[in-house]
Design a protein around this ligand. Structure first.
Ligand SMILES: [Ca+2]
Ligand SMILES: [Ca+2]
Length: 384
């Protein structure tokens, strides 16, 4: 047997040396396959190590309904493992008006990402409450001299900065006016600045011993729309009331004639303001993340940057400016569908997964929150 192998080995060596075309291609193919298999198995090994490590810190680790690993850290904190991958970020189909907006999502560009974790849902009022109770943390908008968060003002039917509102009373005017509307600790936390979100992740880092942070904009968008170019987390169909909470008929009933809001007529999602997190199951993303369209717009880690067409590996906006990026739209955001005649993309506040905005890091709104992640992309350079 050994002899036969030796002969075969020598024969193939001869073939390689002689350089017969077809066999050359074959051996190149085999070499490439071998390298690829090597890469795949090293990736699988990396994933195994990662899962064992996370499991040691989590309450449980299991595969979610979409087939992705999910870690439960207690108190409703669920993080989904996103394996290394690539996708096309941004959207070339924006109307020319939108492409002129400050933070437009063009040009499209290919993005490669290493593995990371992202929260299944946005951080809730209850989760943030625990942080405040344990640390005595005071959010930016509660500090003296701050103009206050952008909240809905019934006098002008629009959002404007008002002092005296913060994460635990953001909707006090709405609740007073409409007693049938309720808010509880399962609703996503809002009126928190980028600084507040970072402070929360730092507290969680110490508490659990993992590198909790905000996802990068690219990590967020990949988690929302996967790699098949879809517009929304669930696909390309317009939302229908079962997939996301946004400016629907219920919103219009309670906030008629709201400036800048483009109501989706004929659709009813049942919520005028925020909804509890995770209830729009039909709106889940390919990895099983929820609320990525609607409910609240979400802070991401990146400082402002404009897209370019070149391919990028683990892109992150890391300048020392005060503008930080936010993704997708919220309870008063439009459906943002592409290809309809309505001029609904102008204000950027729509629920498409590519939609992006920027704002100063100490600003806060009653429609802006965040979700956490665990990431290994270097964020040091941009740390404020
Ligand atoms: Ca709604
Ligand atoms: Ca959201």
């Amino acid at each position: 047997m050994k002899r036969i192998i030796a002969i075969l080995f020598c024969f193939s060596l001869v073939l390689i040396v002689v350089g017969c075309g077809g066999d050359n291609e074959d051996s190149e193919y085999r070499a490439e396959q071998g390298a690829r298999n090597g890469k795949i198995s090293s990736e699988i090994r990396k994933q195994e190590v990662e899962l064992v490590f996370i499991k040691s810190k989590a309450k449980s680790l299991y595969k979610n309904e979409s087939g992705y690993w999910e870690a439960d850290f207690g108190n409703g904190i669920l993080l989904i493992y996103v394996p290394k991958g690539q996708f096309t970020m941004g959207n070339e189909k924006l109307s020319p008006e939108v492409a002129k907006e400050t933070y437009h999502a063009t040009p499209e560009h290919k993005v490669y990402l290493d593995h990371y974790w992202i929260s299944k849902t946005p951080t809730t009022i209850g989760q943030f409450r625990k942080f405040v109770e344990e640390t005595g943390y005071v959010t930016d908008v509660e500090k003296k001299g701050h103009e206050g968060p952008y909240v809905y003002d019934f006098n002008i039917s629009a959002f404007q900065p008002k002092p005296g509102y913060y994460w635990d009373n953001a909707f006090k005017d709405v609740l007073e006016r409409y007693p049938e509307i309720t808010i509880d600790d399962n609703h996503p936390v809002n009126c928190v600045s980028w600084n507040d979100a970072i402070a929360y992740t730092q507290w969680l880092q110490e508490k659990i011993g993992l590198n909790f942070t905000l996802p990068t904009e690219a990590e967020w968008e990949f988690a929302a729309r996967g790699n098949d170019g879809r517009i929304y987390p669930w696909g390309n169909e317009e939302p229908d009331g079962k997939k996301a909470n946004y400016a629907d008929e219920t919103f219009d009933k309670y906030f008629p004639n709201t400036e800048q809001a483009i109501v989706h007529k004929g659709v009813n999602d049942g919520y005028a303001i925020t909804s509890p997190v995770g209830i729009f199951k039909e709106g889940q993303s390919p990895i099983g993340a929820l609320d990525m369209a609607g409910n609240l717009t979400e802070w991401v880690y990146d400082s402002e940057y404009m897209y370019t067409a070149t391919e990028k590996i683990n892109p992150i906006g890391l300048n020392d400016g005060i503008i930080k990026m936010q993704k997708a739209g919220f309870w008063a955001g439009s459906a943002g569908r592409i290809g309809v005649e309505r001029d609904e993309l102008v204000f950027g506040h729509n629920i498409r997964s590519d939609a992006r905005q920027g704002d100063t890091m100490n600003s806060a709104d009653d429609h802006l929150g965040f979700r956490i992640g665990i990431s290994y992309v270097n964020r040091q350079m941009g740390k404020q």
